[in-house]
Design a protein around this ligand. Structure first.
Ligand SMILES: NC(=O)c1ccc[n+]([C@@H]2O[C@H](COP(=O)([O-])OP(=O)(O)OC[C@H]3O[C@@H](n4cnc5c(N)ncnc54)[C@H](OP(=O)(O)O)[C@@H]3O)[C@@H](O)[C@H]2O)c1
Length: 277
């Protein structure tokens, strides 16, 4: 399939570089600002298209790698162009293929294809794509064609019910974005201990924990006072916290209690549960 991108931001750069490195037929880029699209085209050995309609003509699969809030309006601005027979894809984690409003009536098909990764850097993040999981959703036969393409790159790719996309994206937010909130909260506490310069040690602790979760799963990886049923230590933690940090601690510890009960079904966590209630 000839592949084109409309939107030369982080996802467009990253996916385009990955596809080009894997030997896929990348026709090129169109975008709102010419500069980034020209840069992405030259980086991937493809063409810059000042006119997105020309890119659509040249491609079989067109990624709309624009911000989530613009996917529908960008699609609608293209819908009266030469779209028949084409597959359109977007990369939103939370939106479904329904963002391509009325696409089947134009003789085209639309899918969502989400790489389960954070893309902070448009030039370097593509190196992580080889190990990235993709969730795909949309109508046949476009779904099977794009699923086959992604699988042929060596990536794990699984279909997802479109009604589940917000929940799927929530799972990603919990482990990715919220771990940033936890890192920030922990760093603030270390700062209050006069150990602000030792933040790196805290983040290495996060990394080693993430490795354990990846290796053993969250239940087996759980350690600490909740897992031990140590109500005294947990009460001590609650006593030094206030406001939203205290509430966050309480809610997260309640969630950990469920994990602990799975790991140690023989243990009695009643006093800890009462403390956290
Ligand atoms: N970044 C991530 O971590 C990540 C991860 C997974 C999935 N995604 C998904 O990838 C998609 C793109 O996100 P992103 O992070 O790549 O956003 P981004 O870095 O902000 O890039 C968006 C690109 O869209 C272009 N654009 C905006 N309006 C346009 C229009 N009307 N016509 C053509 N191009 C237009 C922008 O052009 P300008 O240069 O003129 O602004 C920019 O090049 C989203 O659906 C997002 O959910 C992102």
């Amino acid at each position: 399939m000839n592949i084109g991108f409309i939107g030369a931001g982080k996802a467009g750069f990253c996916l385009g570089q990955y596809l080009a490195e894997k030997g896929q037929a990348l026709v090129g880029y169109a975008s709102r600002s010419p500069g980034p699209a020209q840069e992405a085209a030259s980086l991937t050995g493809s063409a810059y298209f000042p006119d997105p309609m020309a890119l659509i003509k040249a491609a079989d699969l067109i990624f709309l790698t624009v911000p989530d809030g613009l996917i529908e309006s960008v699609w609608l601005s293209l819908a009266d162009g030469p779209v028949a027979g084409k597959i359109f894809a977007h990369c939103s984690g939370s939106l479904s293929s329904e963002a391509f409003v009325g696409i089947e009536s134009k003789g085209a098909q639309g899918i969502s294809l989400h790489p389960l990764m954070a893309i902070p850097d448009k030039l370097r993040s593509h190196k992580l794509l080889a190990e990235t999981f993709f969730a795909i959703e949309g109508p046949e036969p476009a779904l099977s064609r794009v699923l086959g393409l992604v699988a042929s790159l060596g990536n794990e790719v699984r279909p997802l019910d479109k009604a589940k996309k917000p929940l799927y994206h929530c799972a990603a937010a919990f482990v990715s974005n919220f771990s940033v909130a936890l890192a920030f909260a922990g760093a603030e506490m270390l700062e209050s201990c006069g150990l602000g310069e030792a933040q790196g040690a805290l983040f290495r602790l996060m990394l080693s924990n993430a490795r354990s979760i990846g290796e053993y799963g969250p239940v087996a990886a759980l350690t600490g006072p909740v897992e031990r049923g140590d109500a005294g230590t947990v009460a001590g933690h609650l006593a030094v916290l206030s406001g939203e940090d205290r509430e966050l601690y309480r809610l997260l510890a309640k969630k950990l209690l469920k994990v602990a009960a799975l790991k140690r079904p023989e243990r009695d966590y009643a006093s800890l549960a009462a403390l956290l209630a």
